[in-house]
Design a protein around this ligand. Structure first.
Ligand code: SD4
Length: 326
């Protein structure tokens, strides 16, 4: 684990695709910018990248072929916002921030969240790219015929009968969960030069999910939680597992009671392992940061990488722990 001085800003992100966003956001922090602005800035770049098939434009669609996006942002219990099932706008994290800043609410969902974004001046954009549409058509025609090499670790190794019974269910087809180079939810935790922490989390969720399904990512306390007095945590992986234990909230509360970031994540992942019947394709990985910049990452299974970004640039690294290495 690393100790970070407040004059050295820090960005922690899930997965190896994160440098494109974190590197774009670091100059803002070095210029004295705020943690929340940097977190949303980093996530927005990733949402706008159509080659990332699990966040923003280019995300894989639901079972009916519609892309739906979820995101939340947070600084403190009284400073958070979220949107679920956004289908007409590419940047749900920025919309979540607008919900936080301009309404008395925390979460907007569905068509009304899109309407809100349009009223607020966010530009509508088609989210389904030709690539993602092709993947969906392939899956719909024959779920066993999806390009497994490309999405190694993303799709479960199942025969068609198993696939039919599991699509859209925990243990079904996930967005991400793969080795280096795979695609998944982006969670970002930031420490700024003022000693303030913040986070953002954005996803298109589980690929080919049941329409209307909302995972952990936009739910405060599940995909993300931040409290200036206790720390920050975010999660990626099978949302139903994370939701079932209020994963990010649990990590932050364990740190509040004295656990180190790594101890807090380990205890939370162990809770998931103990309370669920895991299948091979289940994965959860989490990042945690204290208010002073101690941090750690840990995953249930191998394959997860985090990105750590300082004034020196970004490094993609293995997590500090893997609960079930085999
Ligand atoms: C979800 N946790 O919607 C998100 C997506 C993800 O691996 O991270 N999938 O369940």
């Amino acid at each position: 684990m690393t100790k970070q001085q407040t004059n050295n800003p820090l960005i922690l992100s899930t997965w190896s695709f994160a440098p494109v966003g974190a590197d774009a956001a670091m100059p803002l922090l070095l210029a004295g910018g705020e943690a929340l602005d940097a977190a949303i800035g980093a996530v927005t770049v990733i949402e706008d990248d159509p080659t990332i098939h699990s966040v923003g434009v280019g995300g894989l669609p639901d079972a009916e072929g519609r892309v739906s996006l979820d995101a939340c942002v947070m600084e403190n219990p009284d400073r958070c916002g979220a949107v679920c099932n956004v289908q007409r706008h590419p940047n749900p994290a920025a919309i979540a921030r607008r919900v936080m800043d301009t309404t008395i609410h925390i979460t907007l969902a569905g068509d009304e969240a899109d309407d809100f974004a349009t009223r607020e001046g966010f530009v509508e954009r088609a989210l389904l790219t030709p690539d993602a549409q092709r993947e969906w058509q392939t899956w719909r025609h024959d779920p066993s015929n999806i390009n497994r090499e490309k999405y190694q670790g993303w799709l479960p190794p199942m025969n068609v009968e198993e696939m039919d019974s599991k699509v859209g269910a925990p243990g079904g087809v996930f967005a991400g969960d793969g080795p280096d180079g795979s695609h998944d939810t982006v969670g970002v935790l930031v420490l700024d030069t003022h000693g303030k922490i913040a986070g953002a989390c954005s996803t298109s969720g589980m690929a080919f999910k049941v329409p209307g399904r909302v995972g952990d990512s936009p739910i405060i306390g599940q995909g993300l939680y931040v409290d200036q007095t206790a720390g920050a945590a975010c999660a990626t992986g099978t949302g139903e597992l994370i939701s079932g234990v209020c994963g990010s909230f649990l990590v932050v509360e364990l740190m509040r009671r004295g656990a180190s970031p790594l101890e807090a994540i380990r205890e939370t992942l162990q809770r998931i392992i103990d309370r669920f019947t895991l299948v091979q394709d289940h994965q959860v990985a989490m990042l945690a940061m204290t208010p002073t910049g101690d941090w750690a990452s840990c995953a249930i299974r191998p394959g997860f990488h985090h990105t750590v970004t300082t004034s020196e640039g970004s490094k993609v690294e293995d997590p500090h722990g893997v609960m079930l290495p085999e």
